[in-house]
Design a protein around this ligand. Structure first.
Ligand SMILES: NC(=O)c1ccc[n+]([C@@H]2O[C@H](COP(=O)([O-])OP(=O)(O)OC[C@H]3O[C@@H](n4cnc5c(N)ncnc54)[C@H](OP(=O)(O)O)[C@@H]3O)[C@@H](O)[C@H]2O)c1
Length: 230
């Protein structure tokens, strides 16, 4: 009986630890979302880089950042969409914010070329925020063996390769200034449907550059450790 009680108690410990971790995460989210005073993003610097800036989530983030007074570097693949986004920004914010652009098709360019394009556009700018949002999924769900070669190559380049090179270029400046923030847009498919056979490749590429959200300042630390999970 004593042994049985001991085994049951031992078996429940991981459950309590897991419950505690989830409650803690929920509490942190509540605090950050509703209680904590919003951070003034301009404390980091006056420039933000958004990769994948002309559609959906990325575009919405660009307008949100611009509304906070940040200048933005738009990293995009499609010149037509860039023109539309730029003129919407001009219409809404006039000359109160500055906009710079990088046109790069992440599916076609090597990392070195992406980094060189980023350097050209961000040279001399004090970039304090990077949003790695560019990403691609399948046009429709499919099994791994149905992912044709070109689609596989593009997905690996866009979701894995490009983000690393963009980050590499931007992070040097942040380290020099000892302040900055990087936001990588991941996907819940990694957590909830990673073993779902119709999204295998997409779900495995998304967490590659996920470093959660790292915000640091000269006061908080003098070193940065980037954890790339794969
Ligand atoms: N929407 C969701 O439900 C969802 C869920 C989980 C995760 N996410 C992630 O959230 C991010 C944004 O998703 P979204 O729904 O807003 O998707 P989206 O509308 O397809 O936007 C993706 C962005 O990535 C850019 N992009 C795609 N291929 C590119 C390439 N070859 N070179 C350069 N840029 C490229 C797109 O540029 P163009 O506009 O020029 O095509 C677009 O700006 C992605 O990383 C996605 O994986 C989305």
């Amino acid at each position: 009986m004593v042994l049985a009680d001991f085994m049951i108690a031992t078996a429940t410990v991981p459950s309590f630890i897991s419950l505690f971790k989830n409650l803690l995460a929920f509490g942190r989210w509540l605090h950050a979302a509703f209680l904590r005073k919003p951070k003034d993003l301009r404390d980091h610097s006056s420039w933000a880089v958004v990769a994948g800036a002309t559609d959906s989530i990325g575009k919405a983030l660009v307008f949100e950042l611009a509304s906070k007074g940040l200048n933005v570097v738009l990293v995009v693949q499609n010149p037509g969409k860039l023109e539309a986004t730029s003129s919407e920004l001009r219409e809404r914010y006039g000359t109160t914010i500055e906009v710079k652009t990088v046109i790069a098709d992440f599916a076609k360019l090597s990392g070195e070329v992406i980094a060189a394009a980023m350097t050209g556009a961000t040279e001399g700018l004090d970039v304090g925020l990077l949003v790695n949002n560019a990403g691609m999924a399948y046009p429709y769900a499919r099994y791994f063996h149905e992912v044709y070669r070109e689609l596989m190559e593009s997905m690996l380049r866009v979701n894995v390769n490009a983000g690393v090179w963009v980050m590499k270029r931007v992070i040097d400046g942040m380290l020099k200034e000892k302040r900055g923030a990087i936001v990588d847009i991941g996907s819940d498919s990694t957590v909830y449907i990673s073993s779902y056979p119709l999204r295998t490749l997409y779900a495995s590429t998304k967490p590659y550059i996920k470093i959660d959200i790292q915000i640091w300042s000269a006061k908080q630390c003098d070193r940065l450790y980037v954890v790339i999970r794969s």
